[in-house]
Design a protein around this ligand. Sequence first.
Ligand SMILES: NC(=O)c1ccc[n+]([C@@H]2O[C@H](COP(=O)([O-])OP(=O)(O)OC[C@H]3O[C@@H](n4cnc5c(N)ncnc54)[C@H](OP(=O)(O)O)[C@@H]3O)[C@@H](O)[C@H]2O)c1
Length: 254
Amino acid sequence: MTASIDALIPDAATALTDDAIAAHYSAGVAATWLRVNFVSSVDGAATHNGLSGGLGTEADRRVFDILRRLCDVVLVGAGTVRAERYGPLRVDEVAASWRVNHGLAGQPVCAIVSGALGLDPASRIFTEAPARPIVVTIGTSPVERRRALAEVADVIVAGDDELDVAALVSAVGDRGLGRIHCEGGPTLFGTLLAADAVDELCLTVSPLLEAGDARRIAHGELPEARALTLAGALTSESALLLRYLVRHDAPGRS
Ligand SMILES: NC(=O)c1ccc[n+]([C@@H]2O[C@H](COP(=O)([O-])OP(=O)(O)OC[C@H]3O[C@@H](n4cnc5c(N)ncnc54)[C@H](OP(=O)(O)O)[C@@H]3O)[C@@H](O)[C@H]2O)c1
């Protein structure tokens, strides 16, 4: 049986339907929007044995799938693609027709961020993709690899030595892909945060304590902490599914 998901904030409700969950995550979202989704243990681990899967609950997986319904493009770092062995990004038929009924393309585009381009053009993420993928890279990436990947994906060069996040957002926006849904990982999230490009963080707090030395959900340097506003909280079987908006108007705690 599917785990019941209940709402705490903004309005209490029990046993939410997929449509109600989609409405919860759609509230306040603009046509150009960058949402990031992560799962973490209560003590802040972003992985269990090197992967996120060991942290996710059934409710987290349900929300993970629903968030893919709501976007134009799923943005993901090459490290996550490699670690989590991403296959072709495809939503199921119910989600595809839901998307079409809500004015979206049947399938979201998958955009992979990679500096070194250690991505195999013959891998299923490219060859079986229902929508032509995008590879986002930087000017110093190997030209031969870039050429090989251009056979199976649109290659966007955003930045010379390092990723220019504004150029990335603008390039996908020019393709009509304004609603960006980032599935991680921590290196990419750190870069997006440093560029102040993130509008929303969806965070599942799984009822687990991991200890150890697992990484946190964001990695890298930030000039100052970012302030967040809690926009939503769902709960299911002791997990919290939180929706935070990044406050672009307020300085964070430095
Ligand atoms: N808890 C969760 O919800 C969650 C979500 C996602 C991932 N994870 C976990 O996170 C781990 C992977 O972490 P990660 O930090 O390596 O993930 P990542 O951010 O997905 O990948 C890092 C790689 O992506 C590319 N990349 C990311 N940001 C870049 C930038 N600013 N400029 C250029 N290239 C950039 C680079 O690829 P190249 O090396 O190809 O240049 C870099 O090595 C895995 O264990 C995964 O399971 C957890």
